[in-house]
Design a protein around this ligand. Structure first.
Ligand SMILES: *[C@@H]1O[C@H](CO)[C@@H](O)[C@H](O)[C@H]1NC(C)=O
Ligand SMILES: *[C@@H]1O[C@H](CO)[C@@H](O)[C@H](O)[C@H]1NC(C)=O
Ligand SMILES: *[C@@H]1O[C@H](CO)[C@@H](O)[C@H](O)[C@H]1NC(C)=O
Ligand SMILES: *[C@@H]1O[C@H](CO)[C@@H](O)[C@H](O)[C@H]1NC(C)=O
Ligand SMILES: CC(=O)N[C@H]1CO[C@H](CO)[C@@H](O)[C@@H]1O
Length: 442
């Protein structure tokens, strides 16, 4: 009898060993849950690889890890991301962007009208909800959820192509200020893209996860998220492995677009000084805008850049239609230094500190009590902005993760946790709190 038992024991031991060795030598399972960052201006998708513990942000066919949050409708197709942006100049009324500003929100009719006036496409009021009117060879309306679903579908496809498995589950991030309705609408957008959402997490929490702050000994974390058009500042408390949002403040009308706009105004003035005529042609303004945008990005790593833009500048001879379009009339060339860029924007940069001070006051914290500062969003690459924040706190912010990918990196980690991927055992839940409101400075 004893022999029989020990034989069963050996078999169990052998099976156990085989399982253990198998785990060591078999390829690790593929991620089944993806992490989605559906941003106002860009979206990304990431996964956590079980086994290696590596977070991978998935690139498109061209190697780009962020997709512009734009969807363009033509007679024959619905284009998404970069392809939609390429059409924004020739098909502006049917190229929708910034849909996240409208998703799940009930608007006062006057406010919605004001908001709509900022866009080249038509925003309609459907009993308080925003809808976009599309006019291709027929006229129809689409919801912000529908726009979101096309973006999410594109990211799902990118993940499936890359992983070579079908994906049906995801974790998604939303701004901390999103209410239940906005969260539900975001989930609906994902459902329309064939995705089940296992968890919705706040963007600042995701950024903190990206820095591994759930694993280290910190208590107060300040997250500054400065994107293309909005600033969000959040104060998080970590209690155990969990993050609690203590306070939020921001500015819905401050971001990279404003800094570019200042530079554009400056170049327009320079063109007028040099050639005696202001650039008013659409093409000229488009090329100046592109040059200024590139210069702004370059100035984050270089002390100065030279921009060179061919301009037509002809405005008076539009009556003479017999001539075919002439070559550009002049070559505008100018040097832009980092100092100049800073001078042009210093008052805007200073505005960043107002919501920072507000969240500290609301959280009853002195600035010295902030343990870590996390920077998120492309505009936090601007050296002057980093300096402003580090001087205010007297310590360096956490910047080692690409600020454009910090949120998606954290969401992918959470997706790994939800997918039960070894070796992640930490639970980084966040405590939702309904009564918090974001203070806005715009
Ligand atoms: C719109 O035009 C495309 C081709 O130009 C055609 O395939 C499509 O059926 C048209 N749709 C409507 C509603 O007319
Ligand atoms: C409009 O919204 C209100 C409340 O938000 C609701 O009671 C009403 O039924 C809605 N009307 C339509 C036509 O959807
Ligand atoms: C959001 O969705 C949940 C679950 O489907 C539902 O119980 C809740 O009433 C919804 N809330 C709003 C504001 O739509
Ligand atoms: C931007 O910087 C890169 C090098 O970092 C350089 O190759 C490129 O020409 C620069 N672009 C402009 C517009 O100055
Ligand atoms: C300035 C800086 O890099 N601070 C922190 C960033 O986050 C990690 C935690 O992952 C800390 O160890 C760093 O000190």
């Amino acid at each position: 009898m004893a022999g029989e038992f020990s034989m069963i024991g050996s078999v169990i031991l052998a099976l156990f060993l085989a399982g253990y060795l198998g785990q060591q030598y078999l390829p690790p399972p593929k991620p089944r849950v993806i992490g989605l960052d559906l941003g106002t201006t860009f979206c990304s998708v990431g996964v956590f690889h079980p086994g290696s513990g590596v977070v991978e942000v998935i690139a498109d066919e061209e190697g780009r890890k962020s997709i512009p949050s734009s969807v363009s409708f033509t007679n024959t197709a619905v284009l998404v991301g970069h392809e939609a942006v390429d059409l924004s100049d020739i098909n502006p009324q049917n190229t929708i962007y910034d849909a996240k500003r409208f998703i799940g929100k009930i608007f006062d009719p006057v406010i919605l009208k004001q908001e709509s006036s900022r866009y080249p496409f038509k925003v309609k009021n459907n009993n308080g909800s925003a809808e976009f009117q599309i006019s291709t060879n027929h006229t129809f309306t689409v919801s912000p959820e529908f726009i979101g679903s096309r973006l999410l579908l594109k990211m799902r496809k990118m993940a499936e192509r890359h992983l070579q498995v079908s994906v049906q589950k995801a974790v998604i991030s939303v701004p901390a200020e999103f209410d239940e309705r906005q969260r539900n609408s975001t989930i609906r957008a994902a459902n329309l893209a064939g995705l089940e959402i296992l968890r919705v997490i706040n963007e600042p929490t995701a950024a903190a996860l990206a820095y591994g702050l759930h694993k280290v000994d910190v208590f107060n974390v300040l997250v500054v998220d400065l994107g293309g058009g909005t600033l969000d500042v959040s104060l998080l408390n970590k209690q155990g492995g969990m993050f609690l949002t203590r306070a939020m403040a921001g500015n819905n009308k401050l971001g990279g677009q404003d800094f570019s706009q200042r530079l554009l105004q400056y170049t327009i003035k320079r063109v007028q000084q040099e050639f005696g005529v202001a650039p008013t042609l659409k093409e000229d303004l488009h090329h100046l805008r592109q040059a200024v945008e590139a210069a702004k990005i370059n100035l984050t790593v270089q002390p100065s850049v030279t921009i060179t833009v061919p301009l037509y500048l002809h405005t008076q001879d539009s009556s003479d239609s017999s001539r075919t379009s002439p070559p550009p009339a002049v070559l505008f060339k100018t040097v832009i230094t980092r100092e100049l860029f800073q001078e042009l924007n210093e008052d805007l940069f200073q505005k960043i500190l107002a919501p920072v001070k507000t969240v500290l006051a609301e959280g009853h914290l002195e600035k010295e009590e902030v343990d870590e500062i996390v920077l998120v969003g492309g505009s936090t690459r601007i050296p002057r902005i980093r300096k402003l924040i580090s001087e205010y706190f007297g310590k360096e912010p956490n910047t080692s993760v690409d600020p454009d990918l910090a949120v998606v990196t954290g969401v992918a980690l959470q997706a790994g946790i939800m997918g039960g991927s070894w070796p992640l055992t930490v639970s980084a839940i966040e405590i939702p709190n309904r009564h918090l409101r974001k203070k806005n400075f715009s």
